[in-house]
Design a protein around this ligand. Sequence first.
Ligand code: HEM
Length: 399
Amino acid sequence: ALSPTGCPVSPEAAEFDPFDAPYQLDPAEALRWFREQEPVFYSPKLDYWVVSRYEDVKAVFRDNVTFSPSIALEKLTPAPPEATKILEGYGFAMRRTMVNEDEPDHMERRRLLMDAFLPENLEKHEAWVRELVRDYMDRFIDKGHADLVGEMFREIPMTVALRFLGVPNEDAKELRKFSVAHTLNTWGRPSPEQQLQIAEDVGQFWQTAQTILDHMCADPSGEGWMYDSIRMHNRHPDIVPESYLRSMMMAILVAAHETTAFATTNAFRTLLSNRESWNDICENPALIPSAIEECLRAAGSVVAWRRIATEDTQLRGKTIPKGGKLLIVQASANRDPRHFENPDEFDIYRHNSAEHFTFGYGAHQCMGKNIARMEMRIILDEFVRRLPHIDLVEDQSFE
Ligand code: HEM
């Protein structure tokens, strides 16, 4: 096989398939050979250039002009025409939002809309987030067992996001009905039937989000980031256009939900499988913030991200042609021994855990990172105080 630049593809690169079990189970491990031998390679099965080393992932994230994020949310498995028809029926007209927007539009908008995400402005949310967490724990704490993902970790990030946006309670109930499988939709290989179901869900989600936004626009005096955005739209309609508001109403919930739910899930699984670390944070909860960074490094919930080359360019000696798509694998960078000493060891005392790329890097770095961190910190804090003796159900632990 040849790459698009006419270079021969190594047998390892020709074989690589991110849908195979090894990558699905442990992407960093599946890319170990490549990190050492062929850190940037063309994958014919995926038609992407795969980037596996810390330094190279950073270089791609840093240059969002040569490496445009416009494909960040493109479906890896294209929708069949029937699904597109369903979406059209719902008037679905999702625009680029923030994460897949090019400069200079992206930065202008990000600056106008950043305030609510700053740590000093998040403090006021801590008390109610803690109350919410306690309330969820109260529901199962006397039972002796719980499906933490289903009963709690999937619920809280959605509730927090809706309240952060300022969506009124009644409307929030409507929106919660749509548990769209976004990871499957964007990154997976949904079957034709699943594609149709997803299209229905996305279409309904889109319409409901629109109706709620209309309510909010009718009286934009409320509190919350969506109201901030509406007010910015009224002041700077050129920078924050209406089409953007509609798309963002939906996109931000997607950005905030599964990412945080699965990061929390992975953190619990990792900490409880490394009992000494769990015991340490129980004894000294001040360690929780650094333990969270190590969990995000070792078992983050976003394992890879995407960019597209806007011109012919070089990366670690390989020529990436204009239009070449890149899969930048954060999970692999996070375990690069050139940056993290003994990267396969889980170590909550590691000095540079927070340099992981799970939230991306550079101009587009996750705006919600401190919201996610706050949720994880409060959840862990409540668990180590109230349930330090919890354990994973036998076959749920992992090696
Ligand atoms: C962007 C991960 C939670 C809102 C991103 C990006 C990643 C990411 C990888 C792209 C970064 C890049 O291109 O450099 C995560 C993870 C989360 C999380 C792992 C949880 C553990 C949240 C939450 C919110 C949020 C809770 C909002 C409430 C956003 C927004 C962007 C973004 C608005 C686009 C920023 C931009 O393009 O300028 N996130 N995210 N995220 N995230 Fe998150």
